[in-house]
Design a protein. Sequence first.
Length: 417
Amino acid sequence: MPSFATSPGTRDILAPDSARWRQFQQVFADVVETAGFAHIIPPMFEDLGVFLRVGESTEIVTKEMYDFEDKGGRRVALRPEQTASVCRAYVEHRPVTPWKVWYAGPNFRYEKPQQGRYRQFDQVGVEVLGVDDPQLDAEVIALAMEFYRRLGLVGVQLSLNSLGDSGDRDRYAAALRVHFSSHIDALSGESRVTLERNPLRVLDSKRPEDGALIAAAPRMADHLSDAAAAHFVAVQSSLRDAGVAFVVDDRLVRGLDYYRRTTFEFVSTSLTAAHTAIGGGGRYDGLVADLGGPDTPGIGFALGLDRTLLACDAEGVFGAPLSRVEVFVVDATGGGEAGLICGQLRAAGIGADRAYEQRSMKAQMKSADRSGAPLCIIIGDDERTGNTAILRTMEGGSQQTVQRDDLVMQVRRALGR
Ligand code: AMP
């Protein structure tokens, strides 16, 4: 028989990590729902056209899309990100603005798998549609920082930039094209290809041979319209008011073509691998119109769950939650009593587990140990006939005999509840 393993770039998330993932999403939900965001669950695949708006010059679209024709002849793609889906949903449902939504779930990009880079990876994020106020930009950014704080992360650096309005961005791209083209011989082969597609992305190059040319390149700040420049100043001032530290990095362009004005990235200072960006976002004021809707401003961010957890590991924070099993029931009388007691405890909201197949007392005690439960209940023949139970603390091994009728109360007491 053939045996199978997961596809490259995908993983099974097993316990206790799986519980940590859920907790991650729960903490995020708590932070953003307190700020008035409502949950949206977009589909995992959509018409390819929705995602082409992410940018036909980005690798996400040109190289990494999981697109295919379905059995009905429709050209669809697994979502590489969720902002485009949210904007498509906005156009489809026309909710009242400001529309504040959050999401959590997997995205798919055909990338070269490595540590912190997967083909199926999870993000949590928010989007706000219909508001152009720079105070909102600052609030959205502060929300992400608050989430990191709740996780216990301290080494998160915020980089901020403005990409201007679409006219500014085009003029800046043209200036970069002139600059890099006039020094084309000094540019790496890779960046020459990038230059053809998208001059802004050359600024992203980490190749040492490109460093000097990038340092000498024209600056976005000199190409901002008055309106975009004023917006950027106001965002920075609101961030200062909110006590959010940031650095302005006018080389920050981000991978998606739809960004306008405010863009930002969160970098973990605890990660030493190549992929230290744990989240990012920005304004995308043209995207809704690009998807056939009315002119609508939008801003949001997406935070990479996988990489953020690597940062948590590096900082030794936000560990996997403890086992939910609080009591392990060891039954030497055949298992029927264990079934009854587990049912009773679970109905009372107490986590309980047991062994099966009439295993030996020793084997059951081993399972109790492995379960992580702080307590175990032991039922032998004497306890069954006497309608009692032995309640034992796993650490230290102190034990007492209690009446079966009092069992739930005694367990609660032993658990300190
Ligand atoms: P993006 O949607 O490209 O702006 O990415 C936002 C965040 O998602 C990044 O900062 C990463 O933390 C995470 N991310 C993006 N692509 C991947 C990937 N292939 N594997 C793991 N995390 C990713």
